[in-house]
Ligand binder design. Structure first.
Ligand code: BES
Ligand code: ZN
Length: 879
């Protein structure tokens, strides 16, 4: 079948499986080129399915050696094998067993789906539909089975043999060359949660006792010699397990929990039951090879995959349309964990930045889709910021709307009622309807309707009446396949800020809830606050209470007032971002007249903020110093964007602020110097963030001083964070010193691929015309390989995120990335398709670039034998 003709799979076509598989016995003899898989499946008719239906098991690139039904070989006429599966035409209308034998070549598996080898280690990745690359199976999440897995291998090649569940037996085989291990997982699970690992691995381990008294052996497995870098992941695991007990009342449910780091992995990490497999960049950490950001990501992703044990594994998804049921909810849970471990406002700001730069961008382009899509051709293309990040925002809004207590009761009900099942969003929401007594039918529209709503707010103060009237209106732009939009339920957390803090909120409006939340559930709303004794400044969408764009009728003066006086730290940060964004949008459309004045205002505000009587929290201050990125400005402009102009005005504003503040920032940096050894804890990491944010501003505002500071910092640094910040600052300052530093950095980390990824990316992001040639040259670097997703996404993904150079006016940036997508598609379609997603904002560009991007996309689309992954993204991007 040609990829373009792949069937569209629709939510409304869901039918329960006609067959169920109660138990799976796997016997797998690992071999680099000829791995033998013997499966014994116990099947029975599904009472909810069609009686007497044929049985079609999914398969993908499998070699079938044998199939037996109740231990009798099947006649050739009794079954049919196709590239997509194995059909048994007339299976018995009762329970029966199937014995299926297949042979795999894990060494040749470059897609990194199913069973493959990564640096000699056997490992698996089965979500979403990779299990069918191991054996024929009902590879759908609503078929849940109990697995027993026997693994056998040469001891020298794979001394460590792991699978899901608990270890029940292990021994050497006669002769002493081979050994085996048997794992049993008592919890029924869908095939996508199956995993095995075999290889030479070191590990660190720790005992853990759950809140309900279960003794658990925790272990983190890494490449030989890297156990010294596994401690932070193990420590994070212990902390997130305690947190889930305390905050969600969830205990772990097996005797072992293993985490394995592998170096070739398409995604970040995978929540296989009891055996999480990780991209090693989200496990390995020590001060000289991992940045503060890496430490924070490792903590968050270890937690995310662990949290799936309840939200994903114990309760899984009925079908892949329900993906947000596990992913949105689990992202919400990992965000809350990080907020509790670190600074809540800073975490919120960081998450909102990510939401806007990824999800808002997706929602504004041709790939926009609802949190719960209605149809797909390739499910791997729907692990998106919309399903994940917007999915998490929907959970957060639900909590704001029904209150923390009802939310907690609803979660408990969900865990109790849906445990052991493959559930839907409807079943999830029903638990909150019951717990809160509220009707959530309108709220559910957040799952169905794509696009980012805009809320327009305006207010009027009446001094005589001592009243303040607020008007709110919402609208959502059309998105592909959804021309008409209806209002959604938007919780607007708000305050009225007076001269000395928040004013009381007195209103008779039913839209106002007790705790400072107005619910906008119609196209528009007007509400009047009384007893407002002074003209207030409204502080709206506090804590970013809904994933919307907010348009305010406040002037810069009001916003600067909020920056200094708002009690909500999120909105303090947002106020300054809004001032900067507005000025940059205006300038990015060609009117630079107000840019210098805004720069002066912002510099004044920042100077007062940094030089005030009490020093602000460093991590928060670092966020305040960081202006919106050029890509954020481009997205706000929305059409006919000239990336070069946007970049230019962004640089002008940053340089003006940096220049005005250079002396003060230098002084600030001195005060923030760390004594003592490196610690990844939030407080010192926050101080480093602020010092390095200051360095970036100085580098643009006073380049000579910036270069001196950066080079000195590079030499003195005892950690990767400061070295990387020095490198990043120097990339802003062209010249021989920059090239020398790039060379030194590359030599220093020649043996550290994960650090080289950052080095490659830093160069790919240089906003200069020479960057394309530089990136092409770096593809010849000995560390680079198209076979490793981290290398590709570091160098080529970095380049595709370079606003001015990917969007070169001559179109060469598009052509380069498109050629790589086409080449990569032959070996790893998932990574190729993710890279092609870099074109998602092409329609907002000015006409010249738009035409060139379209040409590149059409070239990809016209390529013969594309994967379904790439064909789908190409078609939707152009659609
Ligand atoms: N279940 C996913 C991993 C996955 C994604 C498997 C796509 C198959 C296809 C896992 O729980 C996950 O969400 N991982 C994220 C990291 C997380 C912290 C958001 C990832 O891999 O990017
Ligand atoms: Zn996940």
């Amino acid at each position: 079948m040609r990829a373009e003709d792949a069937p569209l799979i629709r939510l409304e076509d869901y039918r329960p499986s006609d067959w169920l598989i109660d138990t799976v016995d796997l016997d797998i003899a690992l071999d680099p080129a000829r791995t033998k898989v013997r499966a014994l499946l116990q099947l029975r008719p599904n009472p909810a399915g069609r009686a007497g239906a044929p049985l079609t098991l999914d398969g993908d690139e499998l070699t079938l050696d044998l199939v037996m039904l109740d231990d009798v070989a099947l006649e050739p006429a009794a079954y049919a094998v196709s590239p997509q599966g194995l059909t048994i035409h007339a299976p018995p209308r009762r329970a029966f067993s199937l014995r299926i034998e297949t042979t795999l070549d894990p060494g040749a598996n470059t897609k990194l789906m199913g069973l493959y080898r990564s640096s000699g280690v056997y490992c698996t990745q089965c979500e979403a539909d990779g299990f069918r690359r191991i054996t024929y199976f009902l590879d759908r999440p609503d078929v849940m089975s109990v697995y027993t897995v026997r693994l056998e291998a040469r001891k020298a090649e794979a001394p460590v043999l792991l699978s899901n569940g608990n270890l029940v037996a292990a021994a050497e085989l006669p002769g002493g060359e081979r050994h085996f291990a048997v794992w049993h997982d008592p919890h029924p699970k869908p095939a996508y949660l199956f995993a095995l690992v075999g290889g030479r691995l070191d590990h660190v381990r720790q005992d853990y006792v759950t809140g309900d008294g279960r003794k658990v052996e925790l272990a983190v497995y890494v490449e030989p010699g890297k156990a010294g870098r596994a401690g932070w992941a193990l420590d994070s695991l212990v902390r997130c397990m305690r947190w889930d007990e305390r905050v969600f009342g969830r205990n772990y449910d097996l005797d072992v929990f293993n985490v394995v780091a592998v170096s070739d992995f398409n995604m970040g990490a995978m929540e296989n039951k009891g055996l999480n497999i990780f991209n090693d960049k989200y496990v390995l950490a020590d001060p000289l090879t991992a940045s503060d950001g890496d430490y924070a990501s490792i903590e968050a992703i270890i937690a995310h995959e662990y949290f799936h044990n309840w939200t994903g594994n114990r309760i899984t998804c009925r079908d892949w349309f329900q993906l947000c049921l596990k992913e949105g909810l689990t992202v919400y849970r990992d965000q809350e964990f990080s907020a509790d471990e670190r600074s809540r406002p800073v975490k919120r700001i960081a998450d909102v930045r990510t939401l806007r730069s990824t999800q808002f961008a997706e929602d504004a382009g041709p790939l926009a889709h609802p949190v719960r899509p209605r149809a797909y051709k390739e499910i791997n293309n729907f692990y998106t910021p919309t399903v994940y990040e917007k999915g998490a925002e929907v959970i957060r809004m639900l909590k704001v709307l029904i209150g923390a207590e009802a939310f907690s009761r609803g979660m408990d009900l969900y865990f109790e009622r849906c445990d052991g099942t493959a559930a839907t969003i409807e079943e999830f929401l029903d638990c909150f309807v019951e717990a809160s007594g509220q009707d959530l039918a309108d709220f559910a529209r957040w799952y169905e309707q794509a696009g980012t709503p805009t809320v327009v707010a305006s207010g009027r103060y009446d001094a005589d009446a001592a009243s303040y009237t607020l008007q709110l209106a919402q609208s959502t732009p059309a998105t592909p396949g959804q021309a008409e939009k209806r209002p959604v339920v938007i919780p607007v957390a708000l305050g009225l800020v007076g001269r000395s803090g928040d004013l009381p909120l007195t209103t008779l409006s039913p839209a106002m809830k007790a705790d400072g939340v107005v619910v906008l559930d119609q196209a528009s709303l007007s509400l009047t606050f009384t007893e407002v004794t002074e003209p207030p400044t409204p502080s709206l969408l506090r804590g970013f209470s809904a994933p919307v764009r907010l348009e305010l009728d406040l002037g810069d003066g009001d916003l600067l007032r909020l920056f200094s006086a708002d009690s909500d730290p999120y909105n303090r940060w947002q106020a300054l971002q809004t001032v900067a964004t507005r000025a940059l949008v205006r300038a990015g459309k060609g009117d630079r007249s107000a840019l210098d004045a805004t720069a002066a205002d912002l510099a004044d505000a920042l100077s007062g903020f940094l030089g005030g009587p009490t020093l602000p929290d460093s991590a928060f201050a670092a966020q305040v110093l960081r202006l919106p990125a050029p890509a954020d400005v481009a997205r706000e402009i929305g059409r006919d964007v000239d990336p070069e102009l946007v970049h230019g005005v962004h640089r002008q504003l940053t340089a003006a602020i940096g220049g005005a503040l250079a002396a003060q920032l230098m002084q600030l940096r001195t005060g923030l110097s760390e004594r003592g050894p490196y610690s990844p804890a939030a407080a010192p990491a926050g101080r480093r963030a602020l010092r390095n944010e200051a360095l970036g501003l100085i580098a643009l505002g006073a380049p000579a001083q910036g270069a001196r500071l950066a080079l000195a910092q590079f030499d003195e640094a005892d950690n990767l964070t400061d070295r990387l910040a020095a490198l990043a600052a120097m990339t802003l300052i062209p010249g021989p010193e920059r090239e020398t530093l790039i060379g030194r950095f590359g030599d220093l980390y020649a043996g550290e691929p994960l650090v080289l990824d950052k080095w490659l990316m830093a160069q790919a992001l240089i906003p200069e015309e020479g960057t394309l040639a530089r990136v092409k040259a770096l593809m010849g670097h000995p560390a680079f390989s198209l076979g490793n997703p981290n290398r590709v996404l570091g160098l080529i993904g970095g380049f595709a995120a370079n606003l001015t150079q990917f969007n070169r006016p001559d179109g060469e940036g598009y052509g380069f990335v498109a050629d790589i997508v086409i080449a990569l598609d032959r070996t790893n379609p998932q990574v190729a398709s993710r890279l092609l997603g870099s074109f998602k904002s092409w329609r907002m560009l000015e006409a010249g670039r738009r035409a060139k991007a379209e040409t590149a996309l059409r070239m990809v689309k016209a390529t013969p034998n594309l994967s379904r992954d790439v064909a789908d993204i190409a078609a939707r991007s152009l659609g």
